[in-house]
Design a protein around this ligand. Sequence first.
Ligand SMILES: N[C@@H](CCC(=O)N[C@@H](CS)C(=O)NCC(=O)O)C(=O)O
Length: 208
Amino acid sequence: MSSQTINLGFWALPLRAQPIRYIFELAQYPYQQTNYTLEESKEWFEKDKKELGLDFPNLPYLIHGDFKITESQNIVNYALDATKQHHLLGSGLIRFKIENVRFLCDELTAKTFQASRKTGEEKNTEINNTVIPKFKFLSVVLGNKKFFFEDKLTLADIFAYTAIKTLQHVLNDEYKQFAQVFDPFMKNFEEIPQIKAYHSSDRYPKFT
Ligand SMILES: N[C@@H](CCC(=O)N[C@@H](CS)C(=O)NCC(=O)O)C(=O)O
């Protein structure tokens, strides 16, 4: 692996790149960010998307010296390797249960954000048919446990936190029905010392 600093490119928002950022932050691994703003989206679409030399230009991207990749889940795997945090994947059959939450929540984060930007009947249908049922399943699986797989933090928690935080921010009325189950989980995640320090730093791209 290159000895140069990793650069992670994404929008100046949590969403799809957020689990990757948490992986670096948990390990206190140095990385840089290029966070594009929606107002200045030309910086991405008209400049870097064409000029960075990515095989499959998209956001997020990761550049590590001459090594350049896209696809968020691919970048997650690279970040786990770089930071040597394979324990977050779990082991044995539990590994597949963790991945189940990971992939469900990756899709749910995007769907929740997209639903919040729709209007009228289309928005209600998307919320009621796609978003809410999945968060219901998630709340049942979590129950009153500290983390999804008992006391040990895994990738499932990182992805679930990202999805739940998105719901809380962009569809707050819908979040309320889950608050009793999700609030304590959110607090447990936010109290991890590296996460606490990160959330109060300027490296954390908050929803605006
Ligand atoms: N499958 C891709 C999806 C990437 C994607 O849809 N990126 C969105 C943001 S979540 C984007 O704005 N891409 C920039 C572009 O299309 O140029 C991944 O998981 O990374």
